[in-house]
Design a protein around this ligand. Structure first.
Ligand SMILES: [Zn+2]
Length: 151
């Protein structure tokens, strides 16, 4: 797909390139995916990056970030997967307390979307995270983190 140079420049201006990921530095949706408006529509930035640098996206395909960083638009980290492949990445995962310790909140959110049957278990973990964070923050006298900001 061909895009006007103006759009490409605008896109590139919103990226913060690190040695690894290209972080989207503009508006993001709830799960942390970058959003880029083009042609009057708001599109996921990583999909736009794929179209721009790699090629077309067939209808039944999703653009997967191999780095698991939702805010990443590095074309090197983008690959096409079928929807069912993408789902499979999550289907083999077990929910554990270690996930919270590793701070993979984003991953838990995605998992929660894909595996509704795990929703309760994941919510319990997220709550755990919230209460642990709240405890830590309290020691320093910071404002409590509201549950709503996680769920
Ligand atoms: Zn990345």
């Amino acid at each position: 797909m061909k895009f006007p140079q103006k759009a490409i420049d605008r896109f590139n201006a919103k990226i913060n390139k690190t040695s690894n990921c290209h972080e989207w530095n503009a508006s993001k949706q709830k799960q942390g995916y970058g959003m880029f408006s083009y042609d009057g529509k708001s599109k996921p930035a990583h999909r736009f990056a794929y179209l721009l640098y790699k090629g077309d996206i067939a209808e039944n395909m999703v653009v997967h970030q191999t780095c698991e960083n939702n805010g990443c638009v590095n074309p090197e980290h983008l690959e096409l997967q079928t929807k069912s492949q993408n789902k499979k990445n999550y289907n083999s995962t077990h929910v554990s307390k270690e996930m919270v310790e590793k701070n993979s909140v984003k991953f838990l959110y995605r998992l929660r979307n894909v595996r509704p049957e795990l929703e309760k278990e994941i919510d319990a973990l997220l709550m755990l995270l919230v209460s642990e964070k709240t405890k830590d923050e309290d020691d320093f006298g910071f404002e409590k983190i509201k549950k709503e900001s996680y769920i």
